[in-house]
Design a protein. Sequence first.
Length: 107
Amino acid sequence: MNRREVVAAALARLAPRLPDFETEAVIDRALASPGLRNAQPETAAWLALVAYGRHVFTEYDTLLDEGYDRDSARHFVLDDLNAVLAEWGSRRRVSEVETATEDDPEA
């Protein structure tokens, strides 16, 4: 299996109800991010999924544009992000601790 297939398989386990068009966008993010290029497939899939959900399905970018720092913006969108993850069938959630320690530079 190539890297794309391995990340796709990890993503399917993490978010089994993620729509196909969203799946492709998350995989593309995982493969394009320099910070995720050498990460384990499960880690790359998770961080790309969280970053995608945060940027596309929450007000995160708007909060940044309004002058909030990254940690504050992440705090304010945490519930919305976790609701999106739940819709996608993810059993895993993002916690306040994770938002402060994520190492994906694109998140």
